[in-house]
Design a binder for this molecule. Sequence first.
Ligand SMILES: C[S@@+](CC[C@H](N)C(=O)[O-])C[C@H]1O[C@@H](n2cnc3c(N)ncnc32)[C@H](O)[C@@H]1O
Length: 261
Amino acid sequence: MTQSPPPVPPDWWRSIFDEVYLQTDARSILDEDLTRAEVDAVIQALDLGREEAILDLCGGQGRHALEMARRGYGRVLVLDFSQPLLAWGRSQALREGRAVAFVRGDARSLPFGGGNFQAVLCLANSFGYGATRGDDRQILQEAHRLLQPGGRLFLEVADPGYVRAELPLQSWHEAPGDLVVCRRRWLTPDHLVCREMVLSRQRGLVRDCTYQMRLYEPEDLKASLAEVGFARVSVSQGREPHSRPRERGALSRRLAVTAWK
Ligand SMILES: C[S@@+](CC[C@H](N)C(=O)[O-])C[C@H]1O[C@@H](n2cnc3c(N)ncnc32)[C@H](O)[C@@H]1O
């Protein structure tokens, strides 16, 4: 087994979040109990009001936004880069008759004017994908720019302590359809690197890709947010929102940050 991680395309996140991802990560991202628990936590942490303008940044197929709409939150907008996930979310919103807006964009440079939102959410490990720290920083700058004065941010990332000490370096799990997802992981000083091979019993290999996420220590995260202008930054560690304690990859244990503009 090789010791050094394989190369990772710098913009890997542009192509990996598609229909296959909806299956490989279904155990988290299509788990309605988990989504409800995550939404409970955000509403409580930011004391979100139903009339507030809320941006679900890197919101994927809008599972949190849709759950919030079900609870009467009427001004939630999902921003994501992935066309397939946005299309999934739009269809679901249509089926349920929910007024959730889905917008395509790059979180490093958002297509909205400043001060448009009272809260920005970035949930379930959607941060730290940037090829450089500067890319990650641009996302935090944009979140800050979009908030009204007094607006707040809720950001979740993988807990680096868990990733370094407990996340298995090899794992596999069965996914919906006939898929088996095999992951091999490497730890570098800054990143968790993963090679993912997805096998279909009928079709053979359907995906072989590599990706990575930068691991942020709590102090590092606090400093990064303060640097772009956030105040009252607080980090809570050891959050395990899954109701069934089972290895769920980097999402198993998280850090959650709240910060104010
Ligand atoms: C792990 S998924 C999580 C999605 C969602 N927050 C959830 O909990 O289901 C990460 C998402 O971040 C999006 N993403 C990552 N980097 C992005 C960027 N620079 N601009 C827009 N979307 C981005 C991806 O397209 C993907 O949908």
